[in-house]
Design a protein around this ligand. Structure first.
Ligand code: GDG
Length: 493
């Protein structure tokens, strides 16, 4: 059996998607409904857990107010045949503020993305981070048997792997996937309690990153800051405190077939009603950006490049509109609030500068788009702009490619994303901070001959279908099996 721990943001899910289909409701004082997620890792794990009949441990929204032993914190999924158990850990408001909005997103998120100026290490946040990691570790230990695989997701659980390792049988496999970059040693040096975090993640038998660079950065941090560890860089194996961790780079994919299918079934009426809502003329050439409203995503830099493009290309006025879909995120943190204000005021300023009575260059929306509308927009977009200053992978890139079923879209992709390391050779590469160069690439994308667009998109599509979510999951489980058999052969180390 497998048990997995996952964490989602209170206002959105981990993949930014909202629940789509309600599949069941449990009766009681406070009823619990079970919703199917629309996409991403959450949706990818659901069928896996249904097959292996495991336990999924996640935190609740803090509102349910059930105590740990309450039946409603153990929900059968699907509710009628109960293939697996969804176990919820309820966190108090203070815990969420310190663990999630505190150490996870005021320290680890900015630090791992190299935004050291934004690191805010408030007192108590690390203690809460440890406490919540302990609560998850206890819940895992209660559920794990000698045969179990524990699969942890992301940077919210840097301490839990060692705690779990020390409380489950030796033959239980502990693995983790780290969805964001691992920073260089120079940056990591500034991480409060960095040594404890390294010791924590080295409780894993397997540690996965999206790309080689993050795996190499991690190994360098271990070498520098845990001198008693033995690091085999070539085989990417670390031995520390009598335990061995294998580090791998396995770029995550999306459910390409389902994006393809949703894009193919997108109707003209659906698209027309979106264009009507945004007040865009039907034959406009469309640029598109889809991001969480996060300071890593390079939205102001993108707006600056669009402004430069409009300055240099009056013939495109009235013909080209850029749609920026921004999903509000972590708004309790001031850096996010300020970033949102900056983005909105830049949009307003650029629109004021160039707009006419019939046209404005930028349509900005924070509305949630259901997956059909999102795929319809991806399909319709002539140019997709992905310009983060740093991004672990960036799944939007792959979603766009999978939805470009007519094969005529072009992709502008920042060279600072994990996606660029796997797909960059057939995208149009941009340096998000080079406004002139970025604007020039936008011009080039819009005037690219159709046969070149098709050729590039065809190659990108093949790659995205090859590296889809299923194949990523298979790779993860292949590695887990391999690590498991290595533990079996060598015995406890
Ligand atoms: C982290 C890492 C890594 C957004 N708005 C809507 C909507 N979304 C969905 C997108 C996409 C997701 O949100 C965003 O995923 P990204 O990968 O682009 O970025 P992060 O949220 O920062 O994710 C990142 C990822 O983890 C996975 O490992 O790639 O580097 O930072 O799926 O589609 N979806 C819908 N409506 C919206 O309005 N339906």
């Amino acid at each position: 059996s497998a048990s997995a721990a996952d964490e989602s943001e209170p206002e959105t899910r981990a993949d930014g998607a909202a629940p789509e289909t309600e599949t069941g409701v449990l009766a009681g004082d406070k009823s619990v409904s079970v919703d199917e997620p629309t996409g991403g890792l959450t949706a990818g794990l659901d069928p896996v857990l249904q097959q292996v009949e495991g336990t999924w441990i996640a935190w609740g929204d803090g509102e349910a107010d059930f105590d740990v032993a309450d039946e409603r914190n153990r929900v059968a999924v699907p509710p009628d045949d109960g293939s697996y158990t969804l176990r919820r850990i309820d966190l108090s408001e203070e815990a969420v503020d310190s663990y999630y909005y505190g150490f996870s997103n005021r320290v680890l998120w900015p630090l791992c993305h190299g935004f050291t100026d934004l690191v805010e290490n408030r007192s108590n946040d690390f203690d809460w981070y440890r406490t919540v990691n302990e609560r998850f570790a206890e819940a895992v230990a209660e559920n794990a048997t000698a045969d179990s695989t524990v699969w942890l997701q992301d940077y919210h659980f840097a301490l839990a792997p060692r705690m779990i390792r020390e409380s489950v049988p030796q033959s239980t496999t502990v693995a983790q996937f780290w969805h964001i970059p691992w920073p260089t040693a120079t940056t990591f040096q500034r991480c409060p309690s960095g040594g404890q975090l390294l010791e924590g993640v080295l409780g894993n038998d397997l540690l996965g990153f999206h790309v080689d660079r993050y795996a190499d950065n991690f190994l360098e941090c271990v070498r520098r800051f845990l001198p008693s560890a033995t690091v085999d860089r070539d085989r990417r194996i670390v031995s520390y405190g009598g335990h061995t961790t294998r580090v791998v780079a396995t770029p995550m994919g999306v459910d390409a077939a389902s994006y393809d299918q949703d894009a193919r079934s997108a109707s003209q009426t659906q698209l027309s009603s979106l264009f009507e809502k945004y007040d865009i003329a039907e034959d406009t050439v469309i640029g598109l950006g889809v991001d969480r409203l996060d300071y890593t995503k390079g939205i102001p830099e993108r707006l600056a490049a669009i402004e430069r493009f409009l300055e240099r290309n009056p013939t495109w006025h009235g013909e080209f509109t850029f749609i920026q879909k921004a999903t509000l995120s972590r708004t309790d943190i001031q850096a996010y609030e300020r970033y949102g204000d900056l983005v909105r005021s830049e949009v307003e300023r650029i629109n004021q500068r160039f707009r006419t009575r019939e046209w404005k260059p930028i349509v900005y929306t924070e509305d949630y788009l259901d997956s059909d509308d999102l795929c319809a927009l991806y399909r319709r977009a002539d140019v997709m702009v992905v310009s983060p200053l740093v991004d672990g992978m960036n799944l939007v890139t792959q979603e766009y490619i999978a939805s470009s079923v007519d094969g005529d879209g072009t992709l502008l992709l920042s060279d600072r994303t994990g996606a660029h390391e796997t797909l960059g050779s057939h995208a149009i590469t941009i340096d998000p901070t080079d406004t002139d160069g970025f604007a020039g690439r936008l011009e080039a994308a819009l005037s690219m001959p159709p046969h070149e667009r098709k050729q590039r998109m065809n190659t990108l599509r093949n790659r995205v279908f090859d590296m889809d979510l299923d194949s990523w999951m298979e790779t993860q489980f292949d590695w887990i099996r391999r690590v498991r058999s290595e533990i079996g052969q060598t015995g406890p180390q």
